[in-house]
Design a protein around this ligand. Structure first.
Ligand code: SF4
Length: 383
């Protein structure tokens, strides 16, 4: 019960280890966060944001918190303001989400993405992330915070969320409208829809939990072919998206902090409060985006799911202990393997999946430390 051993002190020590001295005086430092939407308050607590911001200011640089314009606009509802964070909050691609720079990708059906201009302008970046599950790619971490959050809205919603369908999964010539309607009905969660006029079948890959009941219903016809490759495209594209952003920075001026606290099944975009499905683990810091993601996923795997906290909307959760699945795969389906993201990032040279965990202020280290006594309500004292 001493401030010297609290999680706040640990964050300060992690920042000390990360060593912000490569940030130059007057650098403009983007603190890229997800500020949540509507009632989705389970993001990185402003208490910690202030500490990170202060550490950046101590270098003589100018930090600003940034995220998409909607999240910035109503961030005040979740407690994030210039006063509480200690620095301005700036929309990542301008107030109309149109201040961008084109990045050519030519990845399947994604020819290019529009990189957020305000992030592009920054001299340094703190990728400040709330780690949680994610319905499209298993988990949301440091990679997703920039690989989606670093692009303007249409890039995210119309291009990245949509790449899974670029590997053909349905043969329109083999499918009659009647059969297509049967496939729609076969999905218990309503993740298949059919446009009869255009004779076009869509699968919401981002929500699909791979129960494969639709494939079962298609057995006699064979027009539907959902494959792990479809689902993996999202993760692979994220790796390319993250690389394009990191290429705009001096590697020495990018730092990662993953908060493994209040770990929910879905990401911060949903705008609602959710049960935490994994116990709090702590805060991870690194200068290697791949290492921090791999370590975060390993720690979540070690901790496992809190079964009683899994929301009932998860119809197809696999809790079989003999199944070799990450906790987030148990929730979102076996083809949403979260480890694919660090693997693809490693292949692109963004870092290494090999890491060493250094525990900061471990119980052994702090057990003999003595804190000052009688400090309650004395800073300042009003009585
Ligand atoms: S695999 Fe299951 S959840 Fe996914 S689209 Fe088919 S029926 Fe729906």
């Amino acid at each position: 019960m001493g401030a010297f051993a609290s999680i706040a002190a640990k964050l300060d020590k992690i920042i000390e280890h990360l060593d912000f001295s490569s940030i130059d005086k007057k650098d403009k430092v983007a603190v890229k966060m997800h500020l949540g939407f509507r009632d989705g308050y389970q993001t990185v607590p402003v208490f910690f944001v202030r500490r990170v911001v202060k550490a950046i200011k101590d270098t003589g640089a100018f930090p600003f918190v940034t995220d998409n314009p909607t999240a910035v606009y109503n961030a005040v509802d979740r407690g994030y303001t210039a006063e509480t964070c200690g620095c301005p909050l700036i929309p990542i691609a301008g107030v109309k989400d149109g201040y961008t720079e084109r990045v050519e990708l030519n990845f399947h059906n994604v020819d290019s993405l529009e990189l957020a201009g305000v992030l592009r302008d920054a001299d340094a970046m703190i990728d400040l992330t709330h780690l949680k599950g994610h319905n499209s790619c298993g988990y949301g971490g440091a990679v997703k915070n920039i690989a989606l959050g670093g692009y303007h809205g249409p890039s995210r919603w119309r291009k990245i969320h949509g790449v899974e369908a670029s590997i053909p999964f349905w043969d329109p010539d083999k499918c009659t409208p009647e059969h297509a309607k049967r496939l729609v009905e076969a999905c218990p969660d309503g993740h298949i829809n059919y446009d009869e006029e255009k004779h076009k079948l869509n699968v919401a890959f981002g929500m699909c939990n791979q129960c494969l009941e639709c494939m079962e219903a298609d057995k006699e016809v064979g027009c539907l072919d959902l494959k792990p490759e479809n689902y993996a495209l999202f993760q692979e594209l994220m790796a390319y998206g993250a690389k394009a952003i990191l290429d705009t920075f001096d590697k020495e001026k990018v730092f990662y902090l993953n908060f493994l606290l209040d770990i929910t099944a879905y990401c911060d975009c949903w705008g609602v409060g959710m049960p935490h499905v994994v116990h709090d683990i702590g805060i991870l810091g690194s200068k290697d985006i791949v290492a921090i993601e791999q370590a975060s996923l390993d720690l979540v795997a070690k901790e496992g799911l809190i079964e009683s906290m899994i929301p009932s909307i998860f119809r197809n959760v696999n809790l079989d202990p003999s199944a070799d699945l990450h906790p987030f795969q148990r929730l979102h389906g076996p083809w949403k393997d979260p480890y694919l993201t660090p693997k693809y990032c490693e292949q692109l040279g963004l870092g290494s999946t090999k890491y060493e965990l250094i525990e900061i202020l471990s119980p052994e280290e702090v057990k003999d430390m003595k804190g000052p006594s009688g400090v309650s309500e004395t800073q300042p004292s009003f009585f």
